[in-house]
Design a protein around this ligand. Structure first.
Ligand code: G4P
Length: 528
């Protein structure tokens, strides 16, 4: 990224848009990403992202699982310019399972684009992800994709968004033509008809024609009048764009389009510039905001090791919160109070790394071999700062892990420690048993699969993973554990951060306990 020589931090930050695209697998996230790059001029022809993804899968062995399952586990960041702004698009793993990894990405973005397949609406497995955005008050822009295909009535989808996620939809564009006969959209801000024209395979930009309402009425006939009826209804219920409530995560502007045929892509990109927020001052643990132009600060939201089989290194991904990052600068980790090496800083991830020289608020930097860093660590130059912890999510799956070959216990221990640190799973240990018979806690079963795969592949310690009877987890404390142990069906374990947790064989028993013995400490591990 070329930075103008006289740029100052505040104006660089104001040009940043740091966001993620979230969707159910197959709703069109990859296609939309590609089309964003096409419309931003970052690629000349659609197809580049898939090709890139293919290349990565072919050269990265720890991603073998990714290939086998046809999913993307590693998060990447794409940085590209559009309309004088710098977009940081953080990829979220696209799979059917919950993963803490996805949720951590949400801690590092300022907004999200939620893609729904018009034919399917909100699908069960991703509902939780969408609800997390709502609960964290992240601004969400909604894209109804695949309108070129037969699908559901968009009014029905609006209801679904409101009822299931609790976000009030405010359509900015409204389709002309039914799903499968998609002619274009009404821009509700101007009343104009934006007519879309198909191009071969959507590989190139689709021409857009702005047509005034009178002409649209004569050329589009009943499709136009039906679209106008839809708009009147939206007016009547007050479903109008409201930037303030959008920024507060209460309403969601809705755009209708088709990523495959490029319909509506430019309007959506423009919405990211015009509506989505630039980085704002981040509050520290004491709720004091660190101004954007104060000295460099960042927080680590992801650790990833062994992405490149030739290097076997470890990357800490940090989101810049304030100030200017300069490669080689002195940065301190708040937890350890140690200096962190910034000489090896990278911008593009996966196998296509590029050294990063400078970065501004909103940007993501990858620090290579910063081995002391942990998820949630705060980094700073000059004035110390500690940002709140990256939210952890309540594990719902609990399993035991044992090395298949007892001669490889040392490797097993090493892998356990590293993958716990990376946040692949949470490792819970019995204080009396140490590393034997740990319990792995995860938000979804896929995390356990990744864990087992990596222990075998990278640490040469194949393991047996077995489900346990536990159904729920709560944070507890020393004062409560004797009583909890006496009850039965409850196990007390320790996390690597020394926090005590209680595992429950029965969710209902936990509920009863919460009601009957409120003096016990049983705190949810919650999405923040
Ligand atoms: P994902 O990343 O969310 O998993 O979805 P992805 O973009 O891979 O899209 C999933 C499938 O949906 C792809 O088809 C893609 O071409 C198709 N698709 C995406 N957007 C649209 C759209 O606006 N309209 C229509 N009709 N289809 C769309 P595929 O057959 O699985 O892959 P491919 O053979 O096209 O590559």
């Amino acid at each position: 990224m070329v930075v103008p020589p006289n740029s100052d931090v505040a104006s660089e930050a104001a040009r940043r848009r740091t966001f993620a695209i979230i969707s159910h697998p197959d709703a069109g996230k990859t296609t939309l990403t590609e089309k964003f790059l096409l419309y931003a001029g970052a690629v000349q022809e659609a197809g580049a992202v898939r090709a890139r993804a293919g290349r990565r899968a072919a050269t990265s062995d720890w991603m073998e699982l990714e290939k086998q399952r046809g999913i993307s586990i590693s998060s990447t960041v794409l940085q590209f310019p559009y309309r004088g702004h710098t977009f940081n698009l953080l990829d979220t793993p696209g799979h059917r399972d919950f993963s803490e990894d996805t949720y951590r990405v949400l801690a590092a973005v300022d907004s999200v684009v939620m893609v729904l397949d018009t034919a399917k609406g909100i699908e069960a497995q991703t509902l939780k992800l969408f609800q997390v955005c709502r609960s964290r008050n992240l601004p969400v822009i909604t894209f109804f994709n695949k309108y070129d295909r037969p699908g559901r009535d968009p009014l029905e989808l609006l209801d679904e968004v409101e009822e299931q996620i609790g976000l009030k939809p405010t359509p900015v564009t409204w389709p002309v033509g039914i799903p499968g006969d998609f002619r274009g959209v009404i821009d509700r801000r101007t009343g104009d008809f934006i007519r879309f024209v198909r191009t071969a395979h959507g590989a190139e930009l689709s021409p857009e024609e702005i047509v005034n309402p009178d002409e649209a009425a004569s050329t589009e006939g009943t499709a136009w009048s039906a679209a106008l009826d839809g708009c009147s209804l939206l007016d009547a219920i007050g479903a109008n764009l409201d930037v303030e409530t959008f920024l507060a995560g209460i309403t969601t502007p809705v755009f209708v389009g088709s990523a495959l045929t490029n319909f509506g892509i430019r309007m959506l990109l423009d919405a990211v510039v015009d509506l989505a927020p630039a980085p704002e001052p981040r509050a520290d643990v004491n709720d004091n905001e660190r101004p954007i132009d104060s000295p460099f600060s960042a927080f680590v939201f992801k650790i990833q090791a062994n992405m490149d089989p030739n290097h076997r290194d470890r990357l800490a991904f940090a989101r810049v919160c304030s100030g200017k990052f300069e490669r080689g600068m002195d940065a301190t980790c708040h937890r350890s109070r140690r200096l962190v090496g910034t000489k090896y800083a990278t911008t593009a991830f996966g196998n296509d790394r590029e050294t990063i020289e400078t970065a501004f608020p909103g940007d993501i930097i990858g620090l290579i071999n910063a081995n002391d860093l942990r998820i949630g660590d705060s980094l700073y130059a000059d004035d110390a700062v500690e940002f709140p912890a990256v939210p952890r999510f309540e594990p719902e799956v609990f399993a035991t892990a044992r090395p298949l070959d007892s001669g490889r216990f040392k490797q097993f221990r090493k892998g356990l420690a590293q993958l716990d640190e990376e946040g692949v799973v949470q490792v819970l240990r019995d204080p009396d048993l140490g590393d034997s018979d740990p319990i792995l806690a995860a938000v979804g079963a896929l995390q356990l699969e990744v864990f087992a795969h990596r222990l075998a592949g990278e640490f040469n310690a194949p393991i047996e993973v077995r489900p346990t009877v536990y159904q729920a987890i709560r944070l507890t404390d020393k004062a409560s554990i004797d009583r909890l142990r006496a009850i039965g069906g409850i196990r007390i374990l320790k996390r690597s951060d020394e926090a005590l947790v209680a595992l429950f064989e029965n969710k209902f028993r936990l509920q009863r306990l919460l009601a009957d013995e409120p003096e016990l400490t049983l705190t949810p591990i919650l999405a923040g």
